[in-house]
Design a protein around this ligand. Structure first.
Ligand code: PD2
Ligand code: ZN
Length: 216
């Protein structure tokens, strides 16, 4: 290491989950289904999947969640608690792990609903190391290192997942999903992303956030 003031002393990268795509397969074998690989990006690390969920699985997740939805909260980085913000205007529900055979299959997912106009403004899914609440938050399972957003329906218009740093927008289509990972909690990962406003119809997604360790 150098003593120069310019030297960057970055933390070593965290281990991130990653789909097995080294030999560029068009499909991944997910046991009971073939999941299509539609697009991969290196920076940010991002993969768009087709057919990750069957249409019936999408409908069943929506039906199981719909009666119990409540306004989505956001982790309050100052305190480590939860808060309502105008940045995130969806309704949501967390399924505990193993809540039903369907959930066991599509394990540990959160279902979100965005009505017309609802959005999730651009944000990072990792917890900012500079915020005072972060040590409390990461005591449970460590940092977030990856996100899987699964689209449960196809909104009429709007509702894409946007990555402003690279000007990418993923179209929300039922059964498809976008995965992205971030090996350090830092904007250099270019994983700033948001849920664009729903312009017509509504939007249902299931989000799975992946941590360094098991989230117990
Ligand atoms: O609804 C989305 O597309 C979206 C966008 C950004 C969801 C999340 N983040 C999330 O649930 O973290
Ligand atoms: Zn997010």
């Amino acid at each position: 290491t150098s003593n120069s003031p310019e030297a960057h002393h970055r933390a070593p990268p965290l281990a991130v989950p990653a789909p097995l795509l080294a030999d560029s397969p068009p499909f991944l074998d997910a046991g009971d289904r073939q999941v299509g690989v539609l697009l991969t990006l290196a920076q940010p690390r991002l993969v768009v999947f087709a057919n990750l969920l069957a249409p019936e699985e999408c409908d069943a997740l929506i039906a199981a969640a719909a009666p119990r939805m409540a306004r989505s909260l956001t982790v309050a980085t100052q305190t480590g608690g939860d808060e309502i913000t105008d940045d995130r205007t969806s309704d949501g529900l967390f399924f505990p792990r193993g809540a039903s055979p369907l959930i066991q299959r599509i394990e540990g997912r959160q279902v979100l609903h965005y009505g017309p106009g609802a959005e999730y403004k651009p944000h990072y899914d990792y917890f900012d190391p500079a915020e005072p609440g972060t040590p409390t938050i990461v005591r449970r399972g460590g940092q977030r290192v990856g996100t899987l957003v699964m689209y449960l329906n196809t909104p009429e218009k709007g509702g894409g997942t946007i990555f402003p740093d690279v000007q990418v927008e993923v179209a929300p289509q039922r059964g498809n999903a976008v995965f992205f990972s971030y090996e350090r909690p830092d904007p250099s990962t270019r994983t700033l992303h948001g849920g664009a406003p729903v312009i017509a119809g509504d939007k249902w997604i299931a989000t799975k956030w992946l941590r360094e360790r098991e989230f117990i």
